[in-house]
Design a protein around this ligand. Sequence first.
Ligand SMILES: Cc1cc2nc3c(=O)[nH]c(=O)nc-3n(C[C@H](O)[C@H](O)[C@H](O)COP(=O)(O)OP(=O)(O)OC[C@H]3O[C@@H](n4cnc5c(N)ncnc54)[C@H](O)[C@@H]3O)c2cc1C
Length: 418
Amino acid sequence: MSEANETSVRAEVRAWLEANWNPELGLVEWRNRLIDSGWGVPSWPKAWFGRELPMALEMVVEEEMQRIGAVGVAKTGIRRLAAATLLVHGSDAQKDRFLRRSLTGEDTWCQLFSEPGSGSDLAGAMTRAEFKGNRWVINGQKVWTTSAHHADWGLLLARTDWDKPKHQGLSYFVLDIHQPGVTVQPLRQMNGHASFNQVFFTDAEVPPENLVSEVGRGWAVATTTLMHERRGADGIARWGRASAGVGRVYDEERAETATVMEPYKWYPQRAGRVDLIVQRAQETGKFEDPVVRQEIAKLLCLSKTAEWTARRARAAQMQGRPQGPEGSLGKLISSHVARAAARVHTLISGADAMLSGADGAMGGVIAEILVSVPAGSIAGGTDEIQRNIISERVLGMPKEPRTDNDRPFRDVPKNLVI
Ligand SMILES: Cc1cc2nc3c(=O)[nH]c(=O)nc-3n(C[C@H](O)[C@H](O)[C@H](O)COP(=O)(O)OP(=O)(O)OC[C@H]3O[C@@H](n4cnc5c(N)ncnc54)[C@H](O)[C@@H]3O)c2cc1C
């Protein structure tokens, strides 16, 4: 396949899809076929369901899937992060156990990173993992855990050594959410949705084979998850939407969107819905207002620039460059665009923008945009944290002064006596 080029890949995937795509198959059955063919995740290694195609050709495959209307593997949300992380750091046994079922959508995931006292300062996590007898025992609390109420498995960052500096005392686990030691409590947001949870661990258990990488290497593994999360932030506008196709596979995909993907249904609004701006300005007659037109033009320029930055990040990926700080650039720009879009929506809709529910502007979508957009500046690392990363790793500016990185975590001042 090293000699694969766009024409040959397009012809091959098109022939395979024409012979195999059948919208009357069950969703899992179809996705299993796609996975076995290597076209589900064509850039992945051949040993793990892929064809080792460059990322550029993965887009060709996606275009052909869209052309025929074929449903893809389950790649959105935390499932994508779990698969991407295990592909890099997981043992063969972990890949064998988790990758296929994540791609078929049979297993769902959540990301157990943030805690009440450590969000931006993620390396300060205090959830405790102790090896007792023949298993890891977990105690502590996570918060902001998207989809924990739908998840089968959690990507858990926990402290295994309190005497090492904070980044070195962390380990990364795959935790079974459906066990007595795990309590999931949903939280409601200001936009009315309940995507997040608090998750409490009381002597929860993890078998040794679910440690990812080695003890003390959790920070490196978590960094891979975060880089994928930030790089994926520009695709958020597409999440939470189901296709309208006719057939069993589409029915089951819609059911999946309505259940496990339900926490993401406001994500397009979180991205600011730049796509609605012109339509809304025309409907309201504000398109004729020169001040509003000026603001619309500025927004569309900013949004186009963001799209190009995202393309640049994808081009880097295509050239096989590792995940880098351009993920932070893309994430920062996407939250800028979202905020600018919310402002322009307000200019266009005026006080109507504040009406929520079916009677509100665009059936309440505009109000939902205004109360969802702030999430983009927080999720996956805040704007300030992205700026720190960009200033230090891209611009080479001096590092933020720190006093807690090179002494035992036990001795770092914190709001809890250990
Ligand atoms: C939509 C959404 C989904 C999320 N999903 C998940 C999930 O599934 N799993 C999960 O684990 N977490 C999740 N999070 C949590 C998210 O990662 C954290 O909220 C985020 O990292 C910020 O942490 P914090 O809320 O503790 O804020 P804090 O870290 O307390 O930050 C408070 C403020 O201080 C600023 N600040 C902090 N440190 C610095 C610094 N060094 N320099 C400059 N400014 C600083 C921040 O920018 C922010 O403005 C989600 C959050 C959102 C909004």
